[in-house]
Ligand binder design. Sequence first.
Ligand code: ADP
Length: 253
Amino acid sequence: MVDLTGTVRSRAFAGALERSGPVGEATPERIRAVGLHAYFGRTHAVRGVSLGVQTNRITAIIGPSGCGKSTVLRCLNRMHELVPGARMEGQVLLDNEDIYAGEMDPVMIRRRVGMVFQRATPFPTMSIYDNVAAGLRLNGVRDRRTLDDVVEHSLRQAALWDEVKDVLGRPGTSLSGGQQQRLCIARALAVQPEVLLMDEPASALDPASTLKIEGLARILRDQLTIVLVTHNADLFTRPRDPRTEDYITGRFG
Ligand code: ADP
């Protein structure tokens, strides 16, 4: 991992992907992680990682399997601590606030920093509609009109609405793998997160579905902030940070 000031920390790399604005244009920093260490029991999985994540950008974490990419991601929304025996050290600032400070509610942090996993995980007993509405219902929203609006908006954001609008009552698990992953993205978007963490979201998908997820990430970047764990170096064909290309081509890292 490299922090954006250039300190080599381990064998992974975080850099921002190509961006919509003119080269050199900076957006406000949404997340800053400083000196992250993560442990699973006695296993020291992440050692002193620091990184910055800019608003309305896709920041990618790349590196070999097992180097700690997913663990770093889960430290950014307090999911790491859900693993029995896991703990972390260091600081994660979301909009300059320490998400690990005593008064911070981890449930609220996970709502502000949503997550999409490697394998699509629709709630198996729920319809397409109920999958997307689940987070809102947990937050106490009962008004049918509000739920309808949010479900439609989220499915449109996830580029799935046209494919499912006539079958919203069908089980989420009846969809194809790629559709299920977009359903999970819609579910994450429904609670209006500021940041979306995506852990190799296309690794279990066919090439066409992968392209859809990549295209979707580029569109969503304009509305929120994305941190993406990926093996797919193709995503870096237009990297913003020259060190990204150096890493992929083996000159660095
Ligand atoms: P990556 O995402 O780069 O493949 P991970 O973050 O999944 O790497 O894993 C980093 C290290 O932590 C690996 O050595 C892995 O075996 C270990 N690890 C990950 N999850 C757990 C867990 N739940 N319990 C124990 N060790 C784990």
